[in-house]
Every structure is written in structure tokens, then in C-alpha cells.
Design a protein around this ligand. Structure first.
Ligand SMILES: Nc1ncnc2c1ncn2[C@@H]1O[C@H](COP(=O)(O)OP(=O)(O)O)[C@@H](O)[C@H]1O
Ligand SMILES: [Mg+2]
Length: 396
């Protein structure tokens, strides 16, 4: 199963390009699902369906045609389905602090639950082999980063915190519940966590494999949007995901000759050149600004024509360069991370257990080292030609 993740700043055109990609794949006879993970759902609008998928009573995907399904993840329903114990614990804690029932329900939606729910679906579809391609129409960049970092965070939590917490709770709950102002989590809370964790089993390998998962970063030829795209590229790389295309949407078409747009065109041309150079060797594609909003099948097909011509396979892997590799060069063990746009001052690095922890700004990634390298410690690191190389050596 192929996974295509469309990510980028709000409003750049993620939903439109994701939907167009789904339309083209379906036309080629590929069983495809487009799933919206953005709480600001607009997938159904993009297809101009005139049905409300979100409040639709079932949580099954909506069938557009024989080869194309679409799905908008509804977090309230997902909570009922997957998160009952986790959220009822949170609700009880929140109530104890004095918030009303309705507010407690709202507040008990933890950041990341929506993303995790979507990921459970992806994992389920993979097991069932229901789709050949799943396209994820992601929330704006920050949330999609949370999406991809969630399995490692959860993995870390389950390995390091969960067992201890659970044992501890069993011992202290009887006494503590009498004195503690908030209730301590019941064992069902932990059982639920464990169950959720098992539902995510294997998703990490899926996301890390460039043959299966590709990120398509959507951007606009505007300075501020581009900055966010560069950050996103770094963070996705840091999390082991491969960005295989950059899609620059809303490029002013040649036909626009009005004097009003002269400066716009000049700045777009400059930025387009920069974008090509910045992201090389990752292919960059341009999509023009259309004369109207991209809504309905006919317009989505036109977008697909721009993106994929008449014969290109939208699911083809167009960049295989792994964001990080483990190597032995000249007898020296190395971890190499592709981090374009990262600057020296902002990269932090340390070793914790058998993991190498890389930090960029506020984001952290625990990279599990292969057995041969797990006992080594970082000796030197350098950031050169878009690559961070960490040399590891034996403990002296
Ligand atoms: N190339 C384009 N030309 C004209 N309108 C566009 C284009 N790309 C997107 N749009 C319109 O811009 C709006 C935002 O696009 P959307 O795909 O919903 O962005 P996102 O999902 O990134 O928030 C929508 O109304 C969409 O129809
Ligand atoms: Mg959208």
C-alpha cells in the first residue's frame, strides 16, 4: 500500500491537490482513498458533493466512484470508538477541577488524537489491503508533524513510562484516591492505552519506508509560505519521512498581463528559481492559479493534468533518498541525516540509552540505533552540504 501525505501551510492548496491526485489514480484504475485529517475539513467541498460527510452517521468512507473513496475523520466519533477510557479519565480530572461537563468533553480532546485515529485507520486498511493508495490530506504543517512524530513518541512512552506508571498506580491507587484531589487513572485507562498502541503496531516502519510513504509538500511562491515549507522539510526528514515532491501551487499564469501583477510576477519568478535550487534533487512541480476555485470533478481533473500530464503515475516514488542512514565509512560508524535548511546553532545532539536524540528548535527525534552502533557515543558532528554527519565511537 502506498501512502501519500499532502502537507503544507493552511490554504496553500493541500486539499485540492490531494483530491486531484485521488481523482487521477482512480481514473487509472487504482483503488484509492483520500482521507482528511484536517479538522477544518473541506474534502467533500472540494468534490462539490453537496453531502455532509462529517456528520454522516457512519464512519465508513464515502464512495465517489468504483475506485475512489473519501473520508473525513470525525474526532468526536473517534473518541467514542477508540479513546473512551483515556478521555473519560481526562474528563473526570477536568470535572474535579471545576469545569462544566460540556467544557470537559471539549477539553479532553488531546492534541494528536485526531492524527492518531487517522493513523489507526491507515494501519487497519493496510492489514485489510483495502486500498492500493491512501492519500492523507493533512492539517497545516504543525499538526501534520505531530502526526508523524506520534508513533515514536507513543513508542517511547510505552517503553519507558507506561510500565512503571501502571505498576505504580496499582500500588498507590487504593490509598491515593482517598487523599488525592483528582482521581487517579483506573486500570482500564492503561488497558485502553495498550489497545491503542497495538492498533498502531507497524505504522512506524510504514511511515519510514520511502517505497511506501512519501510526503508531498504543497507551497505557494511566497516568501512566508516558503519559509514554513523549508521548516517542514527539515522536520519531516528528522522524523524519517521522505519528501518526494514539492508542489508549488497558485503560480501566476503567463496569460496574466495586467500591470497590477507586474511585481507579483517578478517576485514569484525569483522565488520559483530559489525553490528549484533549495529542494534539489527533490522534483519541484508548478500548478498555475486557475480562473476559479478548484471545485468539482472537472476542475480536479484539470489540476491532475497539470500535475501528472496524461500518462504519469501519481503514486510513483519520485525520490528515494532516505532522510537518514547508518553507515560504516573508513572503519568509522556514522549516522547521516539529510537536514537542508537547518542551521548549526539550532541543532542539538545527545545519546540516551540506545537512541541518538537530535533536536532542532523545539522538535526532538529519538533515533533508534542499530545493534552494532547502540553501544557507541557521538564523537563529532558536522553540518555540511545539507547533511548532518554524526560520527560515533566506542566509549573510552
Ligand atoms: N491553483 C489554484 N487555483 C485557484 N484556486 C485554487 C488553487 N488551488 C487551490 N485553490 C482554492 O483555494 C482554496 C484553498 O485551497 P485548499 O486546497 O482547500 O487549501 P488547503 O487544503 O491547503 O487549506 C480553495 O477554495 C481552493 O479551491
Ligand atoms: Mg485542506
Amino acid at each position: 500500500m502506498r501512502i501519500l501525505l499532502f502537507s503544507g501551510k493552511g490554504g496553500v492548496g493541500k486539499t485540492s491537490l490531494a483530491a486531484a491526485t485521488g481523482v487521477r489514480l482512480a481514473q487509472r484504475g487504482v483503488k484509492t482513498l483520500v482521507m482528511s485529517v484536517d479538522p477544518a475539513h473541506s474534502l467533500a467541498d472540494s468534490f462539490n458533493l453537496g453531502v455532509d460527510l462529517f456528520t454522516n452517521a457512519t464512519s465508513d468512507p464515502y464512495r465517489v466512484n468504483d475506485f475512489l473513496d473519501i473520508h473525513e475523520v470525525n474526532i468526536q466519533r473517534e473518541i467514542k470508538r477508540h479513546w473512551r477510557e483515556v478521555s473519560s479519565y481526562l474528563v473526570s480530572v477536568l470535572r474535579a477541577t471545576g469545569v462544566s461537563d460540556v467544557e470537559a468533553d471539549e477539553l479532553a480532546i488531546l492534541p494528536g488524537m485526531e492524527e492518531l485515529s487517522a493513523m489507526m485507520y491507515v494501519n487497519q486498511y493496510r492489514r485489510e489491503q483495502r486500498y492500493e493508495v491512501v492519500i492523507l490530506d493533512c492539517a497545516p504543517t504543525a499538526e501534520s508533524l505531530r502526526f508523524v512524530s506520534m508513533p515514536t513518541t507513543l513508542d517511547w512512552y510505552m517503553k519507558h513510562v507506561f510500565p512503571m506508571q501502571r505498576t505504580l498506580m496499582k500500588a498507590v491507587r487504593p490509598i491515593a484516591n482517598r487523599v488525592s484531589p483528582v482521581e487517579l487513572p483506573a486500570d482500564s485507562y492503561f488497558a485502553n492505552m495498550l489497545d491503542l498502541f497495538q492498533k498502531l503496531d507497524g505504522i512506524d516502519e510504514l511511515l519510514d519506508d520511502p517505497l511506501q510513504t512519501s510526503v508531498r509538500l504543497v507551497t505557494n511562491p511566497e516568501r512566508m509560505v516558503l519559509r514554513e515549507t523549508q521548516r517542514a522539510f527539515v522536520y519531516f526528514s528528522l522524523h524519517g519521512l521522505t519528501v518526494d515532491r514539492i508542489l508549488v501551487n497558485r503560480v501566476l499564469p503567463e496569460a496574466v498581463s495586467d500591470a497590477f501583477f507586474v511585481d507579483w510576477r517578478r517576485s514569484q519568478e525569483l522565488l520559483l528559481k530559489e525553490i528549484d535550487e533549495y529542494f534539489a534533487p527533490v522534483p519541484v512541480q508548478r500548478v498555475p492559479l486557475f480562473q476559479q476555485e478548484v471545485m468539482g470533478l472537472a476542475l480536479l481533473e484539470r489540476v491532475a493534468d497539470v500535475l501528472y500530464g496524461s500518462g504519469e503515475d501519481p503514486a510513483a516514488v519520485s525520490s528515494l533518498e532516505r532522510p537518514y542512514t547508518f553507515e560504516k565509512r573508513d572503519g568509522q560508524y556514522q549516522v547521516r541525516l539529510r537536514l537542508p535548511f537547518a542551521t548549526k546553532g539550532e541543532v542539538g545532539l545527545f545519546k540516551k540509552g540506545d537512541e541518538l536524540v537530535v533536536q532542532i528548535g523545539t522538535l526532538r527525534r529519538h533515533i533508534g540505533l542499530p545493534v552494532t552502533m547502540a553501544g557507541l557515543v557521538p564523537a563529532r558532528a558536522r553540518l555540511e552540504n545539507k547533511v548532518l554527519t554524526v560520527e560515533l565511537r566506542e566509549v573510552a
